[in-house]
Structures are given as C-alpha cells and as structure tokens.
Design a binder for this molecule. Structure first.
Ligand SMILES: [Zn+2]
Ligand SMILES: [Zn+2]
Length: 231
C-alpha cells in the first residue's frame, strides 16, 4: 500500500471544530483509499491479489459504486468472483462427501464475508496516524487546546481513544487527555438528548402548526446515529 495514502496533516484535520475529529481522519483515509483503488492502482497486480482475496464490505461497495468508474469495479468483481470459484467453491473438492470438506468451505466463506480491503487499509492507516495524534498531544500545548475545542468525540472513537490512552498518551498529560475526552462526549450527549427529546415533542398534536419551532432538532436523529456509530 502506498504511504501517500497516509499524507494527512493532523493539525489541519483538527482545525475545523465540527463533528468528531477521529471520524474526519477515518473519512480522509477512506476517501484516499477509494480513490486509490478506483484509479490506476486497480490494475496493479499486488493490489489485485489483495482485493481478490479480501473483497469489500457493503459500505465500501456502495462508496465505490458511487464513483464514476464502473468498469474498475466490474473488473475487480470479476477477478474476486473468479478467485471464489477457484479457491473456495472448487468443484472437485466441494462435492466430495468426505467429512470436514464443507466445514473448510464454510470457514473460508466466513473469513471472506467479514473481510474488506478498504476497512483493512483504514485500520492500518488509522493506527499509524493515531501515533502522530498522541505524539502531538504530548508535545504541543496548542494541539492540546485544539483537541479540547472539538465539537465532540463519537462513542466508538471515545472507546478507542480511552483504551489507547493507557499506553500511548504520556503520563504527564494522560489525565488532561481523558478529561477532555469525557467532557467532549458528555457535552454532546446532553445536547443530543435535548434535541431528540425536542424532536419527539414536536410530534405532539399541539406542536404540529406551521409556526412550530423545531429548534436544532430537525437532524437530531441523523446526528444521534452518527454519534453512536460513526456513520
Ligand atoms: Zn468518531
Ligand atoms: Zn469496508
């Protein structure tokens, strides 16, 4: 995988104060990876070997389908399906009735159905970029301030940050880091709860008029789902 996919200036990602900054890192890596495989890399044999084996998850198939280059996707699907024919559903082995044969096929299929080339690359890139985040946090006061000024941290990324803080945030700043994470989650959770409650109240018969004030509640369902799942 080309290192250029990792070229993401972390302080720039933390500049806008909207949404979860870790989601923004993920989105950028995701975008780079999708562009990469839908472009010339798709024809590179080493990339094809990987995509043929791993395939893609539903989310990333959808993102690839939304790209203009449908031929790229078709060619990748073609060799991925051929790989399945050759290595998983091989006729000679598949129809042998010997005990254990189908078990192996099912094992291979379970592995493929939870694998994804793009997810793997994101995970690979994330763990590297997070090292930079923790390093900056330990070294730069401005970055610590920038971190605390984020709009929020989503729940799955809160879990990841808190877990990694045990080993990756230097001791001198660990408490400050965890307090910042807790505050960013708590503040947004309270805001969301208020907005979703307001949304529910708007369905009350007294609030259905033209002048009903929806406040910030209109997109609260989408925002709550994003907070809870990163998507
Ligand atoms: Zn997030
Ligand atoms: Zn995926």
């Amino acid at each position: 995988m080309r290192e250029s996919i990792l070229t993401i200036p972390i302080t720039d990602v933390f500049e806008p104060k909207c949404g979860c900054p870790i989601c923004r890192i993920r989105d950028t890596l995701e975008q780079h990876t999708i562009e990469y495989i839908m472009g010339a890399a798709m024809m590179e044999p080493d990339v094809r070997i990987e995509t043929n084996k791993a395939g893609f998850c539903k989310e990333h198939f959808e993102q690839m389908r939304a790209c203009k280059n449908r031929l790229s996707l078709a060619l990748m699907l073609q060799t991925h399906l051929q790989e399945l024919q050759k290595h998983v559903f091989d006729e000679k082995k598949l129809f042998e009735t010997r005990e254990g044969k189908n078990k192996k096929t099912v094992e291979k299929v379970s592995k493929i159905t939870c694998d994804c080339f793009v997810c793997n690359k994101i995970e690979w890139g994330m763990s590297r970029l997070m090292n930079t985040v923790f390093e900056l946090y330990g070294k730069e006061r401005e970055f610590r301030a920038q971190f605390a000024e984020q709009e929020y941290i989503c729940l799955p990324h809160y879990k990841m940050l808190m877990k990694r803080s045990e080993t990756d945030v230097d001791k001198a700043h660990r408490n400050e880091f965890r307090t910042a994470c807790n505050e960013l989650v708590k503040k947004y959770l309270d805001e969301l709860e208020k907005d979703v409650s307001h949304y529910c109240k708007m369905y009350d018969y007294r609030n259905t008029g033209k002048d009903a004030d929806w406040g910030n509640s209109k997109d609260s369902i989408e925002r709550a789902i994003k907070f809870l799942t990163t998507r």
